[in-house]
Design a protein around this ligand. Structure first.
Ligand code: SF4
Ligand code: SF4
Length: 389
């Protein structure tokens, strides 16, 4: 496909990828499967050559259909007859033990529609499959580094079941990220970074992005817009800050260590805006500095809110059926709205409609390890109840 989206080297893989890529996590949040298909078609029409999905990106869409992101991505690529380069497909699994790895990878390949090994294909189209250990943190790393999966994943790559090995990780997991990078096994890493949350860059304790880049890893930048919750929260901030999505994207593109910014758009128009923003080029240094100053006016206030990323729901359900991400999202929006002097009665009304609310939380704490932002969920639920009633 002819593409106007610039290409960047993808670490030491020898590949070049579009500097804007598509994150397929939000396909489960759309109303219909057709909508999901349309946005994937659009992405491929634009010559985007990296799509990021995961075994866990499943859920019911707005009309109650069960959606599996990997299936949709596989179908969208397989039906094309006009792709003139391999699409880089990233998928992720929680295969931290040998059995789990075998099962997760084989399920992912099946869902993606990959049946061969070596010179992998979806339909007639060549692809490059990057397989990730999903969400490495200190605790998971202990298992991964001792369970034998690192040797096994290398064998799998050498046997042609996958093309490249990677991992994703999150804020606050710098030590585990470095240990993983130092093994020399990984070729790709996906990390969060945006103007509001720069803890893994040179504004944090250590520039992990640089570290991984200098070791030859390809870096996929996730959370460029600071999580799904920033979309509604941005609407609240508009009167207060001059930062828009285009500036956030161009901020990330200004980081020289990033190979591609994973833009998890939910609508074609959003993704078109992302591509248009990227075409304006990375933000120049003076604007990067100005944007950081602007973001830092409120970055402290939004640090502790739920970003509506939904990662906690991928493998976990509350034993008391408390829809804690929903309650925390109302709380996050209400906190920001209140701070800015906006009315929160609509959010309070939404909370009052919940049949199971924060008071039903038993504070068992089982949800806490599943929060990507390490939120103290039981405590926040009680705060939410106070604010929303
Ligand atoms: S702490 Fe509360 S919300 Fe979390 S799993 Fe336990 S009951 Fe559910
Ligand atoms: S509770 Fe944590 S993991 Fe769940 S949606 Fe909110 S920020 Fe994301």
């Amino acid at each position: 496909m002819l593409s106007n989206v610039k290409r960047r080297p993808f670490g030491n893989t020898g590949l070049k990828v579009s500097e804007v890529s598509f994150g397929a996590m939000n396909l489960r949040m759309l109303d219909t499967i057709e909508e999901a298909g349309s946005i994937l078609d659009y992405v491929l029409d634009q010559g985007i050559n990296l799509i990021d999905t995961a075994r866990a990106y499943n859920g019911q869409n707005g009309t109650g259909q069960q959606v599996e992101s990997e299936i949709l991505v596989g179908e969208a690529i397989a039906k094309r007859s006009d792709l003139d380069e391999p699409i880089v497909v990233v998928t992720k699994g929680h295969g931290y033990t040998l059995d789990a790895l075998e099962e997760e990878l084989s399920t992912s390949r099946e869902k993606l529609g990959i049946t061969n090994k070596g010179s992998l294909k979806m339909g007639e189209n060549s692809i490059k499959l990057v397989y990730f250990f999903h969400g490495i943190n200190e605790e998971r790393w202990k298992t991964i580094s001792t369970s034998g999966v690192l040797d096994r994943i290398r064998e799998m790559r050498d046997e042609g079941w996958i093309d490249y090995i990677g991992f994703s990780s999150h804020y606050g997991d710098g030590p585990a990220i470095k240990k993983a990078v130092d093994t020399g096994i990984f070729e790709v890493v996906e990390l969060p970074y945006n103007v509001f949350s720069r803890g893994l860059s040179n504004d944090g304790d250590e520039d992990i992005l640089r570290y991984a880049y200098e070791k030859g890893l390809a870096i996929i930048n996730m959370k460029a817009f600071n999580g799904n919750g920033m979309v509604p929260i941005h609407a609240l901030l508009e009167d207060f800050l001059t930062i828009d999505h285009a500036a956030m994207l161009r901020f990330c593109l200004a980081n020289p260590f990033i190979a591609t910014v994973d833009a998890g758009a939910r609508h074609i128009s959003e993704f078109a805006d992302d591509i248009a923003a990227a075409a304006r080029g990375p933000l120049p240094d003076s604007e990067v500095r100005e944007l950081k100053r602007e973001a830092d006016k409120i970055s402290g206030d939004i640090k502790g809110i739920c970003r509506e990323c939904m990662h906690c729901q991928e493998k976990f359900s509350c034993p008391s059926d408390v829809d804690f991400p929903q309650i925390l999202s109302l709380y996050g929006r209400a906190s920001v709205a209140k701070k800015l002097g906006h009315d929160i009665s609509g959010l309070q009304e939404s909370y009052s409609e919940l049949t199971i609310n924060a008071l039903d939380c038993t504070a068992c704490g089982e949800c806490k390890p599943w929060c990507e932002y390490k939120l103290d969920i039981p405590v926040m639920l009680q705060e939410a109840h106070t604010m929303l009633t």
